[in-house]
Write a protein that binds this ligand. Structure first.
Ligand SMILES: [Zn+2]
Length: 739
């Protein structure tokens, strides 16, 4: 085996990174002239233009949302389908409730079903129109339905345009209570947490082997892996699929998440929605639904899978229980290859010494990330152009790994020993992963399989490059997605990925051979770091999140404007426009501490009201209260906050018992209690709860979108690089009381 020269290795790394970026990018959008059985982004955009109209935010109960629904019903009818509406009241476990309207339409099948549910949510947050999140999903449903209607299908397909997702997956809660839910065999859910990037198949229900075999493997350009769900399960995010999975339904989840800074802001607009992402989303949805519509969905088989896509071309899977056996096979092949070249079957301790190169890359990557952060490169989590920081961290990671790898290669003495060491360690680590977290083990096991097989079957000149390419094709698409998924904290992992790849080649350890490449990497680090400092600042197009809240408590003379920019920095123009000061704990129900606050002229509007309809003592000394909350000014959102909710039990809103907590993000289950109702009727809503004997402090509040006239100038003082996010700018009036 000839040692690989460092410049060749680095060029190969660059080529693999380019291949990964290209193959995991979404496909070219199809024009309006695409065949009628296929998905066309151009046709979906035409639908979106009609649907979004003035691009107003669509919170449940708002006039803009109702108008959107009318346009949606017209689009469903245009397809020749008969839309249905399902109105109701639903609550989420963390205390968010709303009156909702779900829209449904069924595409009949030639058989009785069960049906395939294809779903996206119609509502948006208050801060923007949600052209990606999730109007893009709504348009995909319509364009996919058009394509599906061009040919018959065995199972019926139910389109569910659900409401109230942003307020706590409420439309999904409403749907699972309906009789229609019992006709469903599998769910495909569409989401977006950004405006660009590939449409990832990032989540499946637990017993997923049949789903992978029958549906996921049919994706035309798959970007998926059992590792995605493993990471996603550890994030505080939820989608409607969480509710469907809780109900035991089989399901698949698709989302794109590039340009995450635009998520839940005005920049989630139709203009900013990537047509390529829309095309990918649509092709994925159509392929999954077509596959599931031809599958017998009665009593699907059990069994879980380890699966992954390869270069956007195809999906490989094996049973989860087989993961240790596959890992053992990989280890055996690697060791057999060593035996064939005169080694022993059992590796010596030296051959399995830890891979110090990747560790050095991790350490340097972490230091570079912290350095860039200290210099102000990441004022917020999701910054524009994250790739400059990726280049910087990868360059410095490789730079740190080089001398370590060169020293290891010299210590190993020959390329053969270096290869043996790298792949024995990789296969062993893969075996450990296959026992601990089988879903992740393919990352190391599959390349180790390739390494052993290639070494046994192919000439020495080629064999080291194949496992290197296999590792790169699996590792790099994931690594390159990470900064946009998790933020800059993921940068050291990207450095490890590149360091591991370099370590997988039998490198030339000749003293001095690495000096010139090291110089190039050092220069790259400096240039990319400087670029990061300039280019990663929030822009008007990918802004910093910074909502303003006008707040006033009943019985106090002053109102306050509360401002919490994501960077924690008060921009000079804002600071100059009013007397801002740090105001920790100003909002008793707010999750974040220490926003800025400035005085505002008081309002003349009436404050929200709470009426005790009934207070019944219980035998154990506690009290059962019935309360009516109302907003005399007709605010669309009304809430009750009990800061210490210890022993506050059996909460009913409009007679509906709050469901037990099940979300992975663990919302407040005990203290504090935050109950919010959207689209409450003018006469208010009724809450029942059991309280301990002693009185409890509570707040009743109502919320309207936008700032009062006295605060409008202040709102405009924000630089163009700051945009209201999530709920957006709102006016909150509240009353403190004792219950
Ligand atoms: Zn969404």
């Amino acid at each position: 085996m000839r040692a690989v020269r460092l410049p060749a290795a680095l060029l190969a790394l660059l080529a693999l990174a380019a291949l990964s970026a290209w193959r995991s990018a979404p496909p070219t959008p199809r024009g309006a002239d695409a065949p009628e059985t296929e998905f066309s982004a151009a046709r979906a955009v035409e639908v979106l233009e009609r649907l979004l109209a003035d691009e107003a935010p669509r919170t449940p109960g708002s006039a803009a949302h109702a108008a959107f629904r009318e346009r949606l019903l017209a689009e469903v009818r245009r397809l020749g389908l008969k839309p249905e509406t399902d109105e109701g009241f639903a609550c989420a476990p963390h205390g968010s409730c709303a009156r909702l309207v779900n829209v449904l339409a069924e595409l009949p099948g030639t058989g009785p079903g069960p049906a395939v549910l294809l779903t996206a949510h119609t509502d948006s947050v208050g801060a923007g129109t949600g052209a990606s999140d999730d109007a893009s999903g709504v348009a995909v449903l319509l364009e996919a339905a058009r394509a599906l209607l061009a040919a018959p299908r065995r199972n019926p397909v139910l389109l569910l345009f659900d409401d109230g997702e942003e307020d706590g997956l409420l439309g999904a809660e409403l749907f699972v209570r309906s009789s229609r839910a019992r006709t469903i065999g599998a769910v495909v859910n569409l989401e977006a947490r950004g405006t660009s990037g590939p449409s990832l198949l990032f989540e499946t229900s637990a017993e997923n082997a049949w789903l992978v075999r029958r549906a996921v493997s049919r994706l035309p350009r798959p970007v998926t892996s059992s590792l995605f769900a493993f990471v996603y399960d550890r994030l505080p995010n939820d989608t409607d699929l969480t509710v469907y999975k809780r109900e035991g339904l089989a399901g698949l989840n698709l989302a794109f998440l590039g340009s995450a800074a635009r998520y839940h802001t005005r920049e989630d607009s139709l203009a900013n929605l990537s047509r390529a992402s829309l095309q990918h989303h649509g092709e994925n949805a159509l392929a999954l639904v077509r596959a599931l519509a031809e599958t017998d969905l009665r009593e699907p088989p059990t069994g879980r899978a380890v699966f992954f896509s390869v270069a956007g071309a195809f999906v490989v899977a094996w049973p989860r229980e087989a993961a240790p056996a596959v890992a053992l096979l990989a280890l055996l092949l690697v060791r057999l290859a060593c035996v064939r070249r005169g080694g022993r079957l059992l590796p010596s301790v030296r051959a399995v010494s830890p891979l110090l190169g990747p560790l050095a890359a991790a350490l340097a990557g972490a230091l570079a990330w912290q350095l860039l952060r200290a210099l102000g490169a990441f004022p917020v989590i999701f910054v524009p152009r994250p790739w400059t920081s990726v280049v910087a961290v990868v360059a410095v990671g490789l730079l740190a790994a080089l001398p370590v790898l060169a020293a290891e290669a010299r210590a190993a003495g020959a390329a053969v020993a270096s290869w043996e060491k790298a792949w024995t360690s990789t296969a062993l680590l893969g075996l450990v992963l296959s026992l601990a977290w089988p879903e992740t083990s393919y990352l190391l096991v599959a390349p180790a399989l390739v390494a052993g097989a290639a070494r046994l079957a192919l000439p020495e000149r080629i064999s080291p490059w194949l496992p290197f390419a296999a590792l790169g094709v699996l590792l790099l698409p994931l690594a390159l997605l990470l900064p946009e998924t998790l933020g800059p904290a993921a940068l050291p992992i990207v450095a490890v990925a590149f360091g591991s790849l370099l370590a997988a080649l039998p490198l030339d350890g000749t003293r001095g051979a690495w000096r010139r490449p090291a110089g190039v990497l050092a220069a790259l680090f400096v240039v990319a770091s400087a670029a990061t400092l300039v280019l990663s600042r929030p822009t008007p197009d990918e802004p910093e999140h910074g909502s303003m809240l006008a707040v006033q408590e009943a019985g106090t003379p002053d109102a306050r404007l509360v401002y919490s920019p994501a960077s924690g920095r008060l921009h000079s123009a804002v600071a100059a426009s009013a007397r801002f000061e740090r105001a920790p704990g100003l909002l008793p129900w707010a999750r974040k501490a220490s926003p800025f606050a400035a005085p505002l002229a008081p309002t003349s509007a009436p404050f929200p009201e709470l009426e005790v309809l009934d207070s019944a003592p219980l035998p154990d000394g506690r009290r059962r209260l019935r309360l009516r909350l109302a907003s005399p000014r007709g605010a669309p959102r009304l809430g009750l906050v009990v800061p210490d909710a210890t022993a506050v039990e059996e909460i009913r809103v409009e007679g509906r018992l709050l469901p037990p907590p099940y979300l992975r993000s663990r919302p407040a289950t005990g203290r504090p209690l935050r109950l919010f109702v959207r689209a409450a009727p003018p006469e208010g809503f009724v809450v029942e709860l059991t309280l301990p004997a002693a009185p409890r402090e509570a707040f009743v509040l109502d919320e309207t979108p936008g700032l009062p006239p006295s605060a409008v100038a202040l709102g405009r003082s924000r630089p163009a690089t700051v945009a209201p996010a999530n709920g957006g700018d709102v006016t909150i009036l509240y009353r403190k009381l004792s219950l």
